[in-house]
Design a protein around this ligand. Structure first.
Ligand SMILES: Nc1ncnc2c1ncn2[C@@H]1O[C@H](COP(=O)(O)OP(=O)(O)OP(=O)(O)O)[C@@H](O)[C@H]1O
Length: 331
């Protein structure tokens, strides 16, 4: 029977969509486990908290929340407390508030992100939660991909954010930001609007407010979905290449005095994308360091353009061609 009570949350398409996304993301977690929603108080994470408060118990799970106070702006403690109270009102328990120190290392955005993730994972360990849910949306994903494209990133970073990696889950990577806002409105929730999200000093805000709308308009719409489709395809391709590289590495690598050697002939017979991955993988496993694309290409030339040139010196690693072998030793 239809209700005339306007205060009752309505099961609108946006609410249903957010719940569906959370339901799918929780699948695979054990019954009886605790999941934590990472909450800023913004529309995405507030909609996430509401959807998880609904779906979690139906999947036999307990739902808590964690709010990080970056202490970067005046009134941040009140903003964090408001978000925490909203989470408690939705039935989340426990709700943790963690104040962090952001040291500014690597730029303000990166430093805040690093401090935030560290605090979220620490809180997870404290309460032994099975997962921390983050409210990144399809729009966030498209922004990440576009920024990566413009900066010449490789497929591993162009594929964007993972829906599930380690303890982190991002149920809303299939949900549009407009729908998280709508879901808040439909459930009578009042999110906090972070002024930084539209602050022109931040690249992401400029991409969000200026670049994407123009692209969308000029290309006739659908740009956000298109960018994330590209990311999905890149992820599949890159995962396949990583798999093949892993498969080959055992046959190609031999341990040598103070390092390792790779068979140059076998490496040369691989297509460049695979060859470069094998080189990177070998270096990563032996020296625990990631080569840049430029460094990888330089090493690769000792395989494909060998004319007796001398060794290459990378930070901490010497790479030399010796006969049919490529020799990597600690410098
Ligand atoms: N201060 C915080 N405390 C806890 N979690 C946070 C905090 N800030 C961000 N997060 C988590 O990371 C997600 C992405 O944050 P980000 O700031 O990139 O996006 P957003 O679009 O502003 O999200 P929201 O609308 O939820 O604030 C959020 O949805 C939330 O899950």
């Amino acid at each position: 029977m239809p209700s005339n009570d306007d205060r009752r949350p309505r099961l609108t398409p946006a609410v249903a969509d957010t719940r569906r996304a959370v339901r799918e993301s929780l699948a695979g977690l054990d019954e009886g486990s605790l999941v934590l929603v990472a909450l800023s108080g913004g529309p995405d994470s507030l909609a996430l908290a509401a959807a998880t408060a609904f779906e979690g118990p139906r999947a036999g799970m307990r739902v808590g929340g964690v709010v990080v106070d970056h202490a970067l702006q005046e009134g941040s403690a009140e903003i964090a407390e408001t978000a925490a109270q909203q989470a408690r009102d939705l039935g989340l328990d426990p709700v943790l508030v963690r104040r962090v120190t952001v040291d500014g290392h690597g730029g303000p955005e990166a430093a805040a992100r690093q401090a935030r993730y560290a605090a979220l994972l620490k809180a997870r360990a404290e309460v032994d939660a099975a997962a921390v849910l983050l409210g990144h949306t399809l729009d966030d994903q498209a922004e990440t991909v576009l920024i990566g494209l413009a900066r010449g990133s490789g497929p591993e970073s162009l594929w964007g954010m993972h829906p599930a990696i380690g303890f982190l889950r991002r149920p809303f990577l299939t949900v549009r930001r407009a729908d998280t806002k709508a879901a808040c409105g439909d459930q009578g929730l009042e999110p906090w609007n972070d002024p930084h999200n539209h602050d022109d000093r931040f690249l992401r805000a400029r991409i969000r407010d200026r670049v994407l709308p123009i692209l969308d308009q000029e290309l006739g719409g659908g740009v956000v979905e298109a960018l994330t489709r590209t990311a999905d395809q890149l992820r599949e391709d890159a995962e396949a290449l990583a798999h093949f590289a892993q498969e080959q590495i055992g046959d190609l690598v031999e341990h040598a005095e103070g390092g390792l050697s790779l068979h140059a002939g076998a490496l040369a017979s691989n297509p460049p994308a695979l060859r470069q991955r094998i080189i990177r993988l070998a270096v990563q496993s032996e020296f625990h360091t990631s080569l840049t694309r430029q460094q990888t290409l330089e090493v690769s030339r000792l395989v494909t353009d060998w004319h007796g040139q001398g060794p290459i010196h990378l930070p901490g690693i010497r790479v030399a061609r010796e006969g049919s072998l490529l020799l990597f030793t600690a410098a």
